[in-house]
Design a protein around this ligand. Structure first.
Ligand code: CP3
Length: 342
């Protein structure tokens, strides 16, 4: 059964009244669920991503077990990058690793513009199947240009983003060319996901908080703007998320997303004053809180709910579920959020 456009997750995205605060968890599929780990024992992660039946199975697992209000497509932000001609692997416990990183203008030319129907048909097929079966909305997603560029340039995860920033500061023309190429491909990828039936879209700019507000404005915001603006006519919620974005929140709100993800570093009431009344906030329990005894988790969840005030709030973690999380805690969290009243 396809989810209704009246589902509480979608209502909250649009700022309409809800019967209970909706909740889902970033990285809810994968990581801690035993039924996912069982699939993972038999298939490498990128193989799961390329097989629509497996994508459908692991996307649905957290919905069935946890009772969350939305499903997120099982995939990874580097799936379209691989389809654009870049050799890469996802290593357990590390993340994406790229053989020949992008370091100059010629390297940028190795990135073919993405043609979603030819390059990632399996993603679109998985979405078409999922939306007919799921009874909660399906969130499609993509990585945002800065975060994708950081993997492409560093060749793997990074703390300082030194190589990324070196390129950004020393060769702005190449940097902008890379941002443009990524923005164009991510935009067509997300549009194709919406056409296949995704009912909301999340842009993961996980590492954008590494930038100063001025650099965000000059070097990254135009590419994000191009994506968010290019999705506006679809009429489905557009979610923008990054960690450490406290100092960027007013700038992010100015890019006009429907929903802004907030990590645990900024309480939701303070975030609200920085983004204004017309955007929905998504977050922001510290994922590490889920490792504490249940009374602590419950108290911290209530704090988040009170700061969100039950309006224009989607409960989530401030970043992805940690691998050591007990799924029973997530299940109880969903019940706690649903039973809370402002
Ligand atoms: O429920 C879901 O959210 C699953 C779908 C999903 C995955 N990756 C599968 C995955 C999503 C939405 C992502 C997004 C993603 N991937 C982001 C943005 C979100 C964020 O957490 O900031 C980023 C930065 C990546 C890149 C990536 N992929 C990293 C850093 C890692 C390794 C660290 C880790 O364990 O998460 C991956 C691997 C990956 N992608 C796993 C999963 C379930 C790990 C488990 C496995 O190997 O099976």
């Amino acid at each position: 059964m396809t989810a209704s456009s009246d589902a509480r997750f979608l209502r909250a995205c649009r700022g309409e009244t809800v019967d209970a605060v909706p909740v889902w968890f970033m990285r809810q599929a994968g990581r801690s669920l035993p039924e996912y780990l069982a699939v993972r024992e038999r298939h490498p992660i990128l193989e799961i991503c390329r097989t629509p039946e497996l994508v459908a199975q692991v996307t649905t697992q957290p919905v069935d077990r946890l009772g969350v209000d939305a499903a997120i497509l099982f995939s990874d932000i580097v799936v379209p990058i691989q389809a654009m001609g870049i050799d890469l692997d996802i290593r357990p416990g590390i993340g994406p690793v790229i053989d020949k990183p992008i370091r100059n203008a010629q390297d940028v030319d190795r990135l073919r513009p993405l043609e979603p129907h030819e390059d990632v048909p399996f993603v679109l097929e998985a979405i078409r199947g999922l939306v007919t079966d799921l009874d909660v909305p399906l969130i499609g997603f993509g990585g945002a240009p800065f975060t994708l560029a950081s993997y492409l340039i560093e060749g793997g995860p990074s703390r300082s983003f030194a190589r990324t920033k070196r390129l950004m500061y020393s060769d702005p023309a190449t940097w902008h060319k890379l941002m443009d190429r990524l923005a164009e491909s991510v935009l067509s990828f997300l549009r194709a996901q919406a056409e296949a039936g995704a009912q909301a879209l999340q842009l993961f700019d996980s590492w954008v908080g590494a930038l100063s507000p001025e650099d965000f404005d000059a070097l990254v915001a135009p590419a994000v703007q191009r994506i968010l603006g290019g999705l506006a006519d679809l009429g489905i919620p557009r979610i923008y998320f990054g960690v450490n974005t406290g100092p960027l929140l007013d700038r992010i709100a100015a890019l006009d997303p429907d929903v802004v993800g907030i990590d645990w570093r900024v309480p939701l009431d303070k975030a609200r004053t920085r983004v204004g009344p017309d955007v929905t906030l998504q977050g922001n329990l510290d994922p590490a809180v889920c490792l504490a005894p249940w009374p602590v988790v419950e108290e911290r969840a209530w704090e988040v709910l009170r700061a969100g005030a039950g309006h224009r709030h989607i409960f989530n973690l401030g970043h992805g579920v940690l691998p050591e999380t007990d799924p029973d805690v997530l299940e109880k969290l969903v019940e706690t959020v649903h039973s809370w009243r402002p």
